[in-house]
Design a protein around this ligand. Sequence first.
Ligand code: XMP
Length: 522
Amino acid sequence: MSGAKLSTKESSVLIIDFGGQYTHLISRRIRELGAFTIIVPYNRLNDIEINSFKSMILSGSHMSIENFSKESLEKAIDAIRSFNGTVLGICFGLQILSYYFGGKVNHDCGEYGETKVKILKNDPLFKGWNNEEKVWMSHEDCVSKPPQNSEVLSVSENGYIAALKLDLNGKVIYGVQFHPEVVHTPKGVILFENFLELSSVERNWRPEIYVNSIIEGLRKEVSDDGKALVAVSGGIDSTVSAIIAKKIFGNRLITAFVDHGLLREGEKEEVIEMLNFLELKPLVIDAEERFLNRLEGISDCEERRRIIGEEFAKIFEEIIEKEGIRYFVQGTTYPDVVESGKTQGSAAVIKSHHNVGGLPDWFKEKVKIIEPLKFLYKDEVRKIGTILGVPETLIKRHPFPGPGLAVRVIGKFSREKLEVAKKSSKIVEDVLKKYGLYEKVWQAFATVGEDKWVGVKGDSRSYGYIVTIRIVESTDGMTANYVRMPYEILDEIVKKITGSIKSVTMVTYAITSKPPSTIEPC
Ligand code: XMP
């Protein structure tokens, strides 16, 4: 987000982010209901015209009220006071509203997981809810005294306030202690529908329609001359960004495809063919040696991400200098921004995704960064891609990290391990395709570890690599679960891997969900 005021013309729901782990989930749920959302950190409210939104949701937080700077919280509360629309506070959002409007918040009154709540009042927010319902709780603090001019709408089975309604000089403010955004609150979506209705939010937002306003907006932002560069990896985000960029820049656009040697088997040829089909004739840069030489022997994955980001930046710099590039187009999506800790002042960096974390500062001085998808989620990008003519094979292709197979080699990086990860991943994909399962899962791949396992191949004992298969289902990569694969299919994968890759003596299956794990191994 640049320093300029955000244009909120089409936007309806403002989500104020206090660093909660579910903020994007709230946003996704509201968008699924057909309303646009913008997430703004609680300490960046000056950047937006708050009253151009019809309703506001306050997110949860992993911190207590006193862990925040008092001054920034008070500023956020002032903004909420000046807001004309309807407000819903979720979890920490309820606590901060209660605290600042005359109530009290206590520590050590936590509730976790599935909890029953009683609905005490017949309020439109709970239309369609029974007197008793299951909800998902995840809080350590609670509201111990409701604020003035409020009524308690619901209490939990443990006797804590689960929902309340506050009248602030005739303005309606709701707060719920539970998380309506998670699937474990079965009637959560109904509550959101009720809230949107109460806020008179129009529910006609669609990503396909939004793309036209992205193009129009960007056309106004760029000048009539100057070349643009877009680097396409073959993934959906960069491909859709390139198609949009072509509509904006026309023949002034250079589409670059960098082969860093960390791609899936056969991917380079497929990507070039697809880009030609989309009339985005790519400038192909063969940089395999450059990348692999620098990665050899590096154990730390974050360091590898940094090296890859740096090497990409150098290549882009060379093109920028040679071609006199003025605009640089990136396929950053909304979760990329949050997972790199960019929207949350207090959130920890989980993995520094190179497309947002790795570009050096000088980059922004040389070129203007254009990110057409920065307010969109992956499934929305896919919808837009279909409309823009991206071939189905790409739309349905599994997401692939920018640093490619470099993040699927655990421990010391070597060309040998890279080959093991590449060949075994291909086997996993091929077997899934054979059984019609590839398109049903979010990601399926193999990783190779640092430890060795004794194997008996032929008559001799040998130490070989341990390959781990990861097959997960997910809707957006923010959370994920392992797929309960039939044993016969796992057997087939194992036999093919150990049979065709001599150096592998053990194959395992990763069965930890995200969270607490992540999808990629490092
Ligand atoms: P994790 O491993 O964080 O992955 O659960 C979530 C999603 O992001 C992809 N991923 C990356 N994408 N650069 C990327 O562009 C990266 O460094 C990176 N690391 C993970 C991952 O494949 C999954 O879809």
